[in-house]
Design a binder for this molecule. Sequence first.
Ligand code: SF4
Length: 302
Amino acid sequence: MNSEPAYLKSHTTGRLKDITDELRGVIRACALCPHRCGVDRTIGERGKCRSGALPIVSSFHAHFGEERPLVGRGGSGAIFFTNCNLACIFCQNYDISHYGRGDEVSFDELAAMMLALQAKGCHNINFVSPSHMLYSIVEALLIAVPRGLSLPLVYNTGGYDSANIIHLIDGVFDIYMPDFKFMDASVANELSDAPDYPERAMEAVAEMHRQVGDLELDDRGIARRGLLVRHLVLPNNIARTDAVLDFLAGLSRDTYVNIMDQYRPEYRARECFDLRRRVTLQEFDAAVAWARKAGLRRIDGV
Ligand code: SF4
């Protein structure tokens, strides 16, 4: 296995600079994500994610609550971006994603955050909610790489990404960690204002898998490269967990999946009747059984 992060080669060949230039063009009539708002973020116009061209960060720190392959002993170097391109009514980080808690920083400051997390001993740089901030991330990488950044990069997304943009950033991220939230368009519309979520997520996750393959661990059990998918089980199977897991097994039976049981009603979740309670143990067990039936062999923590 080549253990050097992909973006180091992309920087050397000039590809990282080319990607940055292309993304700068994309946000001038923003089509960074499937909403395709068409606004010029470089002159202060705002689309659904309410974000301009500069990064907005709510916090950054060594995070020990992520999946084991990301955390190891040193933690995952998480940078939490403010705002989101999804409008989930059950968001558990709504103060950051919906209410905009965070501060605008320069590309130089974002690069310094990456380097500080590396100096702390984190195993990776984990960009949380990166979809609307992609341009900022690559601008900051152009600063951080010559200063010594060498950790794997994690694209920790809600899953509402455009496959063509993921294709464009081939060679930047080593680990893709998308949510796959729902496989039902009407539910995606009601809960996240994104009725095309299932199709867009399937296209994007397939492209992610094409680029980086199944999750690869080093001899310490730390992720170096690959795909890690999260799926939050929702009450009454409104997320269509069975269909999500079938899709993931179709990519590869070795897709690494974290089936999560921690749903709790937050933010505006009580507006949806099904979301007014936590999931039961039986519902979670059924989700794991579906994963096994689909043929998935790498289920986090199970
Ligand atoms: S990244 Fe933001 S402005 Fe751009 S298309 Fe998505 S929601 Fe709209």
